[in-house]
Design a protein around this ligand. Sequence first.
Ligand SMILES: O=C(O)CCC(=O)C(=O)O
Ligand SMILES: [Fe+2]
Length: 307
Amino acid sequence: MSTDARGRPIDVQGRLSPDEFYARYVGREPVVMRGAVAGLRAVSRWSIGYFGDIAPDAVVRLKTGNVDAGKTTTMRMADYARAVADWEKRAADVDGAPADAAREIGERPPYLHDVPLLSIIPKLREDMAGFQANLLPPFFRDRWWDFTQFFVGPTGSQTPLHFDTLLTHNLFLQISGRKRFVMVGNRDRNLCYVRDWRWSPVDPENPDLDRYPLFATAEVRTAVLEAGDLLYMPPGTLHKVVAETPSMSFNIDWHDWRSALNGVAAAREGMPATNLRYNLLFALGVVGRLPAGVVLPALKSYYSYIS
Ligand SMILES: O=C(O)CCC(=O)C(=O)O
Ligand SMILES: [Fe+2]
């Protein structure tokens, strides 16, 4: 079980039925479902090299430097796969943490962050056969892959503390490698000095309490995911995410009627106006029962935008 000195341990379960999942966790508590997707072909097959082999010419947008700064570049998948493999090989030859290694062996390759690869490389969907889509509300089930965003990168890739922009639920699938999630619940958001709607300047693992004294009373909870694990986070959960090895994962950000309506109401709390539009569209689907095929074209810019 993954624990943190400061916060309560995150519940660790195996595969959950939708009934158990909704009764105990949805909208309430994060949970790790250990090994819940371990049987999927994606988990045994996918590597960054494999993506480079099957879609060498797919051009992907990558984040350079700190991901909250929003700087990007583009690369062919084959070139990206090679850059990550080369960097990992050089890093393995250098003693010390990857951060130190970066000084000796050059910049870590950029982070493939928030990219809808199941839409860009449809062949990958074959490897997800058997995924438990009934954990999601009906609106998302038939075309759940259209609601995914990938995070693929070398050891040490990280995303600073933030919450997800539309205040969605987050089902996070760890496909390959190991990732550490350091979480602060929505109810402690006002202790996190959030700016630009959703980014916190606090490192929850090493908080500067002189600058951010309120953070001292925030509850920080940690979970470590291995390949084949699922993580659920309720809307508004702040999370810092660190790849402890080369890592491939993706999330499904989804709404139920309650989170969709809360997402619309958050326009009054400083949520950007474009988000209001996206949340209205989700509400039309989830509450108004418009089919995903009708709503998705209007959401396309959300799935290709740079967060
Ligand atoms: O894996 C990461 O680096 C970030 C993941 C994340 O922020 C998310 O799924 O919302
Ligand atoms: Fe996130």
